[in-house]
Design a protein around this ligand. Structure first.
Ligand SMILES: Nc1ncnc2c1ncn2[C@@H]1O[C@H](COP(=O)(O)OP(=O)(O)O)[C@@H](O)[C@H]1O
Ligand SMILES: N[C@@H](CCOP(=O)(O)O)C(=O)O
Length: 316
């Protein structure tokens, strides 16, 4: 249940009054989600999702919320955070930082086929291009510096074979990050967590994506690798699915062709994408934060994906 903080109808009405969005019609807690409190809220003006941020700080939030607004204005189907008359999109509800964003139609496609992967590839490329002129800066907070900090913290908790893979992969990724090909990768704001559960579909029509709370400035190729590793993979084995990956890559490149440096580094970034989520899942699993509400995801999945990407590199 993802209602960690109760919102009264009085508080919801007060927010709608501030945002001039008409009368409250319905307010219903959303059961999915593990990080934030989410409610579906309907007013005379439309359908929204009210999010109370349980963990992210008021310093980090403007980057994510303004990025969503920037993308929504550019025609990318993402939730549009609603502003008050002063242009403020970060609000306070029930004592927590909060946002009210437009509700997307559809539901997650958890067993995607090639057309779904193509739709995600196209969306991702359009999102990268649309974010080029976004002015706020915030690095991907789950990138190489965080991996270097976190690997020594999780090492005491895992077996020798896993530790050897984790350390050798980290050394490899530090080596890649120092290369001239890496320096040549195009960069900008990326979603960085565009997994199956963060995209909505109606049939094969992609209706939008959400959960921008791991977004940050990083290489576009890393974002694409994260998507390939989640959408174009056989979940039980971690094996790459060639047909789905081809569909995603072709659709991405129909909008923005990959550069020579990106083509060269695709195998390395697929490994980086697997490493990033293996580390965060190990960290959530073995070092749950105090009073954490997170139900940890299975870390062994991304260990399998990483082994697959090392043993069977995927070249364009
Ligand atoms: N803008 C939105 N439109 C429609 N549904 C949404 C929207 N934002 C969140 N949801 C729903 O709320 C659920 C939880 O959201 P999510 O961002 O994954 O929460 P958490 O950050 O707590 O993991 C999603 O699975 C989705 O069903
Ligand atoms: N996609 C990540 C976890 C991030 O959680 P989310 O529910 O906020 O998307 C993973 O699978 O490890």
């Amino acid at each position: 249940m993802a209602v960690f903080t109760e919102v009264s109808t009085k508080e919801a009405r007060e927010l709608l009054r501030r945002l001039q969005l008409g009368k409250l019609l319905t307010l219903r807690g959303i059961e999915g989600g593990i990080e934030n409190t989410n409610y579906f809220l309907t007013s005379e003006e439309g359908e929204y999702v009210l999010t109370l941020f349980e963990r992210l700080s008021a310093e980090q939030l403007p980057f994510y919320l303004h990025l969503m607004k920037h993308l929504a204005h550019a025609g990318i189907p993402v939730p549009d955070p609603q502003a008050d008359k002063y242009g403020e999109i970060l609000h306070r509800v029930a004592g927590k930082p909060a946002a009210l964003a437009t509700k997307l139609r559809g539901k997650s496609q958890l067993a995607p086929q090639a057309p779904h992967c193509a739709a995600v590839g196209s969306l991702l490329a359009r999102m990268h291009l649309a974010a080029r002129d976004y002015e706020r800066q915030q690095p991907n907070l789950r990138a190489l510096p965080w991996w270097n900090e976190t690997v020594p913290v999780v090492l005491p908790h895992i077996g020798a074979e896993q530790a050897a893979l984790l350390q050798s992969e980290l050394a490899y990724q530090n080596h890649v990050a120092a290369s001239s090909a890496y320096a040549a990768l195009p960069r900008g704001p990326i979603h960085a967590d565009l997994f199956r559960d963060n995209v909505m579909f109606e049939g094969e029509e992609l209706t939008g994506c959400f959960d921008f709370y791991f977004a940050g400035v990083d290489s576009w190729l890393f974002d694409l690798a994260v998507c390939l590793n989640d959408w174009c993979v056989d979940l039980p084995t971690g094996r790459h699915d060639g047909a789905r990956a081809a569909a995603m890559l072709a659709a991405y490149q129909a909008v923005r062709p990959l550069t020579a440096a990106e083509r060269e580094l695709l195998p390395a970034m697929l490994r980086a994408g697997a490493l990033r989520f293996w580390i965060s899942r190990l960290w959530d699993f073995y070092l749950p934060r105090e009073a954490s509400m997170l139900k940890p995801h299975d870390p062994t999945h991304f260990e399998r994906v990483l082994r697959e990407r090392v043993q069977h590199p995927i070249h364009l």
